[in-house]
Design a protein around this ligand. Structure first.
Ligand code: SF4
Ligand code: SF4
Length: 229
């Protein structure tokens, strides 16, 4: 897949000095303010939602608190009603492409993802597979990714984490990702490390996945432009 050439799953096209880049930076700062308002101490007291309290009973505290910050990030994004029809169409198309990509990988029964984290230090090495899911949740679920998910129809109640140790992304568990592909950030579907790329090329499946990944990348970029216009 013409996967991101960058080794980082979280690299985004938002850097730079163009007017688009400045608009993105302003939008990011606005997101940060809204998120802080939703999750920071007020008058010396820390406000914790009922959902966060429940999560703290069910999950390690680190996962519960990251989930709370992720939900705050979701609430800070524009609602579908506030976006153009074109942005809504692109977000739905992204949703379809994420599913198509996951189905293609599942049909091929790729092996690389099952053992790539074996013998790595924590948190990645907590389970044998999913090395690239060992990053920080809020870096993977960037504001732009969360905006696309909200616009495409993902609700916060669709984000159900596993009841396992917390090792990287809050949705990573011993059996892989607990989310439906439609409800994951696009980067999760289009990222292909060298090991997986090698396996796909060996099996002759690279061309199909590469085409799908390029479509995902282009649609993602079109949606980001549309949200800035
Ligand atoms: S894409 Fe690479 S790093 Fe990520 S789970 Fe698959 S093999 Fe592991
Ligand atoms: S959302 Fe799922 S696929 Fe994406 S990083 Fe988290 S566990 Fe991995």
């Amino acid at each position: 897949m013409s996967a991101d050439p960058s080794p980082s799953r979280c690299a985004g096209p938002w850097e730079g000095r163009s007017s688009r880049g400045r608009a993105a930076a302003r939008a990011r700062s606005r997101h940060d303010q809204l998120e802080r308002r939703a999750s920071w101490p007020h008058h010396g007291r820390v406000l914790i939602s009922m959902q966060q309290l429940l999560d703290r009973r069910r999950h390690p505290r680190t996962r519960a608190d990251e989930l709370a910050r992720l939900r705050a990030r979701y609430r800070a994004q524009p609602s579908p009603r506030a976006c153009s029809e074109e942005a809504q169409r692109l977000a739905k198309e992204l949703r379809r492409l994420r599913r198509a990509m996951a189905d293609a990988l599942s049909r091929l029964e790729v092996q690389a993802c099952r053992g790539c984290a074996r013998n790595h230090p924590l948190p990645e090495g907590r389970w044998p597979g999913g090395h690239c899911c060992g990053g920080k949740t809020l870096s993977i679920f960037s504001p732009e990714e969360v905006a696309a998910l909200r616009l495409g129809g993902t609700r916060t109640r669709d984000w159900k984490p596993p009841t396992s140790d917390h090792a990287g992304c809050v949705f990573r568990g011993p059996r892989g990702c607990s989310l439906a592909p439609e409800d994951r950030p696009s980067i999760c579907l289009r990222y292909v490390c060298l090991e997986l790329r090698h396996e796909l090329k060996e099996g002759g499946d690279w061309a199909e996945l590469s085409r799908l990944a390029a479509e995902l990348r282009d649609t993602d970029a079109a949606l980001r432009r549309s949200l800035l216009d």
